[in-house]
Design a protein around this ligand. Structure first.
Ligand code: CU
Length: 380
């Protein structure tokens, strides 16, 4: 029924347009082409002014309406230590670009109105104007320099690597089409070496070199669980194309590049539960949750790891659950995790150590130096 009404409306709309066209043609014949053209110019010029007002008001209203869904403010205040620096950088940039946006849009539509074609008006010829050149080069140059230097300053604050005496948890995230594979170092605190030639789907998804004992306690969990207020260093790599390790609520975003390890260091400052409490104060999150109608939206909130690089048709599905918990809960969770080597490799045909003990000749050891994808992490 609705479809029929919409269809009829469209037909009627088309008929109106055709009729207006006919009337205009007729009027042109009666009054003369020039006058009709002048009227059309005036009409279209005022439409552009109306459009400008509606457009700018809609920008302001939608900004105000959606503010509680946006990162960087109120309910979505950053959940990491460095996050507020990035947020203030965004706010400063938005302030300046906002001013430029309003000035340029107003001028664009106002000029289209003011300088519409009019009888007897001739366009002015201006070859150049030094004052104007100085203003529109000088002001953007100063503002851009301020933004770029501010940006560099924040980059230097956010990106330094860990020092040799720093206490931190190191985890690894490997992007592939289409998921993230996480790896924790296990009780020894060290991630084992990898060799991409050893990657075998379903057996050795990361190409861990099993002759390296550091690999034997590494585990590959399904979710990213981290304790609150502890520094984390994430090694980020990719197995195929470009991906991007993105933790929006922590303002963490770093490309995952095949063959070029990257990293990000951050300290989560709010547990998942604390973030839910932060959301609970806003009406936007006091509505039934789509995930569970018995609960409110803030109660079902979860942090997420996403991919922020359009990496193929399954890009959208690279979501992983992130949980920030207390130190006790973290240790409890650690104790439930078990080594990938012990559960899947030890004693199987893929275990080089097994080969060494059962076969008489010396074990076949890779002659070539393995090409590892290990990040240049300081030894600790
Ligand atoms: Cu991706």
């Amino acid at each position: 029924m609705t479809a029929l009404v919409v269809f009829l409306c469209l037909i009627l709309f088309a008929i109106i347009i055709v009729q207006i066209g006919k009337v205009t043609e007729l009027a042109a014949k009666i009054r003369g082409e020039e006058e009709v053209q002048d009227m059309a110019n005036r009409r279209q010029a005022s439409y552009s002014l109306i459009f400008m007002i509606v457009f700018l008001v809609a920008c302001v209203v939608s900004g105000a309406y959606y503010k509680n869904y946006m990162l960087g403010y109120g309910p979505h205040e950053s959940a990491s230590e460095h996050g507020s620096s990035i947020d203030s950088l965004f706010s400063i940039t938005l302030f300046f670009t906002g001013i430029v946006f309003f000035i340029t849009q107003i001028l664009l539509f106002y000029f289209a109105y003011k300088f519409r074609a009019q009888k007897g008006r001739k366009a002015a010829y201006i070859s150049h104007n030094n004052t104007l050149e100085l203003v529109w080069t000088g002001i953007p140059a100063i503002v851009m320099a301020y933004l770029v230097i501010g940006g560099l300053d924040v980059w230097n604050e956010v990106m330094p690597d860990v020092g040799p005496d720093d206490e931190f948890i190191e985890v690894e995230a490997t992007g592939f089409q289409f998921a993230w594979q996480l790896r924790y170092p296990g009780p020894d605190g060290q991630l084992g070496t990898r060799d991409f030639r050893m990657i075998k789907e379903g057996v050795n998804p990361l190409g861990q070199d099993w002759s390296d004992v550091k690999n034997h306690d590494d585990f590959l969990p399904n979710e990213l669980v981290l304790p609150v207020n502890q520094k984390v260093r994430v090694r980020i790599t990719s197995r195929d194309v470009l991906h991007n390790f993105y933790l929006p609520h922590f303002r963490v975003k770093m490309d995952a590049v095949p063959g070029m390890p990257t990293y990000f260091i951050f300290t989560p400052t709010k547990t998942t539960e604390e973030y839910r409490q932060q959301l609970s104060k806003y009406p936007e999150y006091q509505v039934p949750s789509p995930a569970d109608s018995e609960k409110q939206m803030w109660e079902t909130f979860e942090y997420e790891l996403a991919c922020a690089e359009l990496c193929g048709k399954g890009h959208y599905s690279m979501k992983k659950l992130v949980r920030i918990v207390s130190q006790e809960e973290y240790e409890q969770w650690l104790s439930t995790q078990s080594s990938y080597y012990l559960g899947n490799i030890k004693g199987t045909e893929y275990d080089p150590i097994q080969e060494a003990t059962t076969s008489a000749p010396a074990p076949v050891v890779e002659e070539a130096t393995p090409v590892t994808e290990e990040a240049a992490a300081p030894e600790h």
